[in-house]
Design a protein around this ligand. Structure first.
Ligand code: SF4
Length: 210
């Protein structure tokens, strides 16, 4: 783990390096970010953004998606991969939102996690992007890799990595950590051949300095 002061320095460097870092998924309503996050599992945000316009044009609300024909839903979701499972979850989730939440999305981690197809990582993203109310740090493949490489956490499990991150960053910074770790992982600290020569975090990085 890093000292909080050092974690803050790293965060400020990333803020300067990626001044435009934000959520890359396109959405207009809380329901749409729920579905977009669901589709983004094992899929790039770019591909999700190419898929959702047609999907949301037809099924852009919980009421509409709850009544969707599953085969048609599968066809629309197909480009994102794992389409059968994702379509099944999108349909089931929409039904719960209609029946239990009057077609709105609950602003509560526990209730989000209980929705079909929504895990802790997704719930963190939804709380942040739909409600601007970060309740934690979403540990996706980028956040996990960066946390291990730089030395924010030596854990493997996302929930344990998240607990380590929450200790090192102040709550007011969780939003930026969410966005900046994804951008750093996508554009510099890539899974294969990380661009260490261009990286502004070289002096802080355990992996690089080992
Ligand atoms: S120095 Fe290399 S390994 Fe370390 S954070 Fe930067 S890109 Fe990743």
């Amino acid at each position: 783990m890093k000292a909080k002061k050092e974690a803050k320095e790293i965060l400020n460097i990333l803020r300067n390096y990626y001044p435009d870092a934000t959520c890359s998924l396109d959405f207009e309503t809380p329901f749409q970010i729920v579905i977009a996050v669901m589709l983004s599992a094992q899929c790039t945000d770019e591909r999700v953004n190419k898929t959702t316009p047609a999907l949301f044009q037809k099924y852009g609300t919980p009421e509409k998606m709850a009544k969707a024909n599953i085969k048609e839903l599968e066809q629309l979701i197909h480009p994102c991969g794992f389409y059968k499972n994702k379509a099944k979850n999108a349909l089931a989730c929409s039904k719960v939102l209609v029946e239990k939440y009057n077609s709105s999305v609950p602003e509560c981690m526990e209730e989000l996690i209980a929705l079909p197809g929504v895990g802790r990582k997704s719930a963190n993203v939804i709380m942040l992007e739909a409600f601007h109310n970060a309740q934690g740090i979403a540990v996706d493949t980028h956040a996990r890799r960066i946390s291990n490489r730089i030395g924010f956490s030596s854990q493997n499990e996302p929930t344990k990595i998240e607990q380590d991150l929450l200790k090192q960053f102040d709550k007011k910074d969780w939003c930026d950590v969410n966005h900046l770790f994804v951008w750093h992982g996508r554009y510099t600290c890539t899974a294969r051949n990380p661009k260490c020569l261009d990286c502004p975090l070289v002096k802080y990085c355990n992996s690089h300095n080992e």
